[in-house]
Design a protein around this ligand. Structure first.
Ligand code: FAD
Length: 468
């Protein structure tokens, strides 16, 4: 039986990064991953295959189409007859995915990580460690890392199939649906809804919660909702779905909104109501791997499960279901196994929504900070007062800095506007070092850049914004 120091089950952002880092640290590493695209093994998990990467590729293509149609004229560029070749657009998305998933396979080779394609199942504990069935081959490993990720949550009233799709189906419609329903106004719902609206669909988003993006700062969610509604996304909040039926031509959804029963008909329905931990096929029950009441693998602060030598990271342990959180856990665990001080700072994990305008935040919201009894001051600065944003012809949104009024320490930064997915990075770095609003305000920012809005928002916490 082949033996390894570390065997990783799952080749998504948590698993493949853990495998690479463990190999860098000198371990003999193998990774078993079951994902297939087009009947072939494809490393990278949900994120690279059917999540982060293809959704961003489609967001980018659809945004360019929208820009050409509605904005090019304002730049003095006349374009006649712009139309979408959806097959080509999907093909470009697929080639981006191919490049990146192939890149992970290359990195495995480069780092001498043995790759198995198929299911990984915990079999039994042995003298040498854990025996794992890796795609039909029994191997033994001193440390096993469970990184089996998550799957889309199904709505019992609307099981996936036919015209009712989850993320992978929603990234592969072969025709732009005329009427698209989306259940769930979370990150995935608004991103995918935005893609198809830009390509011509009439999009209705049904959300059970009473308001939009409740985890974001109130000012940001209010501004984002205003912008999305202006674009034509039709949101309904506080909705209760009572029936979903489908036939050959589409889906009928009945729901209650403000005590009124409403019926709607869609060509396609995306259900994006969150994700559930994926542990099927892992042999968890047979070996007694402890899960919590929601099915997440239970771990302690060092990613140790109840089984000695078995660890878990990424979506399957819960917390923020984000690729970068999963990756950091992969690094931290590999380093811990090597006797180093692996650590993830969960207080400063950036959140990004890649809509237009983009939304990004890290740390505490103003409300959250106040609820913790902190003495809070805030500074907000709009993109409309920024030269680069004017040049871009995109002045929507603002940056808001939330700082401790006693110590000046930055508690959170909240953004809605152009390219804020990139702007959040510097604030995360400053927060990681426990930096203050003054630190951010005194950092020289290149002119003219969108990043000057971040500096001005920091100055505004002390009522010293220079360009307002
Ligand atoms: P996964 O990526 O789910 O990988 C788990 C892997 O394990 C899969 O390949 C699976 O097939 C495999 N597996 C499962 N069980 C077994 C088994 N028993 N044996 C072998 N293999 C197994 N996050 C962001 O940070 N930014 C984004 O922009 C973003 N966009 C997203 C868009 C969409 C549409 C979706 C659905 C998700 C998005 N996410 C995004 C979330 C992100 O994809 C996840 O947080 C991330 O993939 C989690 O990584 P993971 O390694 O824990 O799990």
């Amino acid at each position: 039986m082949d033996s390894y120091d570390v065997l990783v089950i799952g080749g998504g952002p948590a698993g493949y990064v853990a495998a690479i880092r463990a190999a860098q640290l000198g371990f003999q590493v193998a990774c078993v991953d079951a994902f297939e695209r087009g009947g072939k093994a494809s490393l990278g998990g949900t994120c690279l295959n059917v999540g982060c990467i293809p959704s961003k590729a489609m967001l980018d293509s659809s945004e360019r189409f929208e820009m050409i149609q509605h904005e090019a004229g304002e730049h003095g560029i006349e374009v006649d007859g712009a139309r979408v070749d959806l097959g080509k657009m999907l093909g470009r998305k697929d080639s981006v995915v191919d490049k990146l998933t192939g890149g992970v396979a290359y990195l495995f080779k480069k780092n001498k990580v043995k790759s198995f394609h198929g299911l990984g199942r915990l079999v039994r504990q042995d003298e040498g460690g854990w025996v794992v069935d890796a795609a039909g081959t029994e191997v033994v490993a001193r440390h096993v890392i469970v990184a089996t990720g998550s799957s889309p949550r199904e709505l019992p009233l609307a099981p996936f199939g036919g015209h009712i799709v989850e993320n992978s189906g929603a990234l592969a419609f072969t025709q732009v649906p005329q009427k698209l329903g989306v259940i769930g106004a979370g990150v995935i719902g608004v991103e995918l809804g935005s893609v198809w609206r830009r390509l011509g669909a009439q999009v209705t988003i049904l959300e059970a919660l009473p308001s939009f993006l409740m985890a974001a700062d109130d000012a940001v969610s209010k501004e984002a909702l205003k912008q999305f509604q202006k674009q034509g996304l039709d949101f309904h909040f506080g909705v209760q779905i009572s029936a979903v039926t489908q036939d050959e031509s589409g889906v009928s959804v009945t729901y209650t909104e403000k005590e009124q029963e409403v019926s709607a008909r869609f060509d396609k329905l995306i259900v994006s109501i969150g994700r559930v931990p994926h542990t099927a096929g892992l042999g968890a029950e047979a070996v007694g791997l402890e899960l919590d009441e929601r099915g997440f693998v239970k771990v302690d602060g060092h990613y140790r499960t109840n089984l000695p030598g078995v660890y878990a990271i990424g979506d399957v342990i819960g917390g923020a279901m984000l690729a970068h959180k999963a990756e950091e856990e992969g690094v931290a665990l590999a380093e811990t196994l090597a006797g180093q001080a692996g650590h993830v700072n969960y207080d400063v994990v950036p959140w990004v929504i890649y809509t237009s305008p983009e939304i990004a935040w890290a740390g505490l919201t103003e409300k959250g900070a106040k609820e913790q009894g902190l003495n809070v001051k805030t500074g907000q600065f709009p993109f409309s007062a920024n030269g680069r944003a004017l040049g871009h012809n995109d002045t929507r949104g603002f940056v808001k800095v939330v700082a401790d009024a006693n110590t000046d320490k930055i508690l959170g930064v909240h953004m809605v506007g152009p390219n804020v997915s990139e702007l959040i990075g510097e604030t995360v770095a400053i927060m990681e070092f426990g930096g203050s609003a003054e630190d951010l305000a005194r950092t020289v920012h290149a002119h003219p850049t969108l990043s000057e809005v971040v500096k001005e928002a920091a100055l505004a916490t002390d009522k010293r914004a220079l360009h307002m």
